[in-house]
Design a protein around this ligand. Sequence first.
Ligand SMILES: *Cc1c(COP(=O)(O)O)cnc(C)c1O
Length: 383
Amino acid sequence: MKDKLHFNSATIHGGQEPDKAYGAVMPPIYQTSTYAQSTPGGHKGFEYSRTHNPTRQALEKSLASIEQGTFGFAFGSGLAAMDAVLKLLKPGDEIISTDDLYGGSYRIFTKIFEDFGLKFHFVPMHNTKLIASSINKKTKLIWIETPTNPMMNIIDIQAVVKLVKGKGILVAVDNTFASSYIQQPLTMGADIVMHSATKYLAGHSDVVLGALVLNSSSIADKIGFIQNASGAICGPMDSFLTLRGIKTLHVRMQRHCENTAVIAKFLKNHPKIEKVYWPGFKSHPNHIIAKGQMKDYGGMLSFITKGADYKAAIKIVERLELFTLAESLGGVESLAGHPASMTHASIPKEIREKSGVVDALIRLSVGIEDVRDLISDLEQAIG
Ligand SMILES: *Cc1c(COP(=O)(O)O)cnc(C)c1O
């Protein structure tokens, strides 16, 4: 029964069973690097913790379950998970990704893997037609991030999958912003789902961890090999914290989404606000796609105040009291960020402004506090 649970049960029970030794309901933190063998090779399925660890394995099964996938892999960070996917490729291979991308993803693409002979094309992927014109015989991977960070564009996952069908091109989706609660890209035909579990999955701003989930056993063999051979694994304590976080993912996400909807509408009606980027608005250019592929509109939004420049935006984020000015997102506490100087500072100004990340843009990760307090804080900070 445990392999066909509804999402709100899968977060708690998916892939889990009481510990075999003492029946512990939560998997113990197996803080060990190695395992006793009775004779060479005579072990209980665990030899060395880079390769396998029972706590990490419990998390990996949970990850597979909440994404409705077959194989889960946990890494030391979201970027370590991406690194493993990129190592499936060979020099000369080409990758298409969105031009409105998490800054760290752009950095690993252009500053690490370009030097190893991979070629990246960045296109505004919310316009599916523009993807088609960048595909050629060398294209091996499409890297989707939706909703995009921080412009909240929505990429039509099924349209991209349809576009590359039969061409031997992998489709990977960075599902960090939406979380598995809101969308499950494997069910839409994607080959690989990636998470910075640091964000919504772990959910309490207390761990850095990455995840991959997929269905193909041949790709899973390669990813498992890379995970062990390159060794960018997460430790048992971080695996435990993430597993614990996942158990409340659905209740947290529901509140994140409710609070964000209230704040998006408040900002939209505020006389000092120029524009609010949130896919739940009917006026959002990709609203119909969002409505089709997402269960709700998420906990993130961005906005610009009227006539604001760099300095004015910085003033607002400094004045916020309940929203903490910080990198990251997806925790129970509300955070505010200034993408141009923080998360997206590693993207050249011309490139970042072309995709809308202007100096005046402010990004909010709306937490699960009482929304009335969050609104009061925004009111006093915007003035
Ligand atoms: C944070 C983040 C990453 C990187 O994950 P880390 O866990 O920080 O390595 C990748 N993609 C998105 C969308 C993110 O928000």
